[in-house]
Design a protein around this ligand. Structure first.
Ligand code: NAP
Length: 315
């Protein structure tokens, strides 16, 4: 089995930025882009307009931005494998990276596997119930489907994602209800105001969805007001979870130190608890979680890996 200098796992802004820097530093990186775990390009592949990525004053579509990242990484010689990494063996060097079909040894690894949208375990929302039959965790990916057209839609959450999804869904639903468990939004002021002033959005404060029901697709939700305890059945065409994300670290099988919610802990830039393993992007960032910060930390991870490899006499 060939021994690589550097393997990068993950293909969002962090993974591709790491690949661009590593390839230009002649580290000849291998990049595992993922396959079953989601489209190469990460979370931006399921976004529409990205308005806050510097350099694009008129905005750019998420997939278009990620295609450009990918093209730039490949242009400098990154070798990309369209497969998931199933496991890694970090107890000795060279590390072993087990892909779905490919096995690679590497002196250094950059983990940039990002994070995935969380789901709630509401009655009716599970696999085999109404999951993907009106219940989803990505309005931008699924919102344009015919089942949601001109129906009342419910978005759960109170952060920027929830507001963004609610605004997006106003293009399709007859009305959009933002279901939030508290009496104050977590979303940034500008986003919160957009939601509060939108004629098609209504915020249901101190409210949860207790049950989702229907026939082949979602038809109703049971809402519960957490202050009064009152419940009511309402017509619904769809339920969208927008309650945050979970880092994609299962394949690591606890070999790296993480915080209590599973995000990889880094120090001195992007160094993890195992020497030779670096982490960039949302998998180690539970605070900023932006495309531009992910790209920045991917670049840092490549520079850290390059310097560390040089210190080991590997150039
Ligand atoms: P978030 O800020 O963590 O918000 C998650 C929301 O879900 C919170 O309102 C939370 O309620 C609610 N929630 C969590 N668990 C819940 C549960 N079990 N039941 C009911 N509600 C629950 O996540 P996010 O909105 O995905 O945003 C993540 C980061 O990305 C933030 O830094 C955000 O600013 C950024 N972001 C920015 C943009 C933009 O600028 N365009 C767009 C999307 C995301 P509580 O408030 O009660 O905790």
């Amino acid at each position: 089995m060939k021994k690589e200098k550097l393997v990068i796992i993950g293909s969002g802004p962090a993974g591709y930025s790491a690949a661009i820097y590593a390839a230009r530093a002649n580290l000849d990186p291998v990049l595992f882009e993922g396959f079953m775990s989601g489209p190469a390009g990460g979370q931006l592949m399921t976004t529409t307009e990205v308005e806050n990525y510097p350099g694009f004053p008129k905005g750019i579509l998420g997939p278009e931005l990620m295609d450009a990242f990918r093209e730039q990484a490949l242009r400098f010689g990154t070798r990309a494998f369209s497969e998931d990494v199933v496991s890694v063996e970090l107890s000795k060097r060279p590390f072993l990276i087990q892909g779905a079909t490919t096995q690679v040894h590497a002196e250094a690894i950059i983990i940039a596997t990002g994070a995935t949208a969380k789901r709630l375990d509401i009655e009716g929302s599970r696999d085999g119930e109404f999951w993907q039959k009106g219940v989803t965790a990505c309005a931008v990916c699924d919102g344009a489907a015919p089942i949601f057209r001109n129906r009342p839609l419910y978005v759960i959450g109170g952060g920027d994602s929830a507001v963004e999804e609610a605004l997006f869904l106003t293009k399709y639903g007859s009305r959009v209800f933002l279901v939030h468990r508290r009496d104050e939004l977590r979303a940034s002021k500008i986003m919160a105001e957009r939601a509060m002033h939108h004629p098609k959005i209504e915020i249901l404060w101190n409210t949860i969805i207790e049950k989702i029901s229907g026939d082949n697709v979602v038809k109703q939700v049971r809402l519960k007001n957490l202050v009064s305890g009152k419940t009511e059945e309402k017509e619904a065409g769809g339920v969208f979870f927008a309650i945050g994300h979970e880092p994609n670290t299962k394949f690591l099988k606890d070999q790296l130190k993480t915080n209590e919610t599973g995000y990889i802990l880094v120090h001195n830039g992007t160094y993890t608890s195992v020497e030779g393993v670096f982490a960039g992007g949302d998998v180690q960032d539970w605070v900023y979680r932006q495309a531009v910060t992910a790209a920045g930390s991917g670049c840092m991870a490549a520079l850290d890996a390059e310097r560390w490899l040089a210190s080991q006499g590997i150039e």
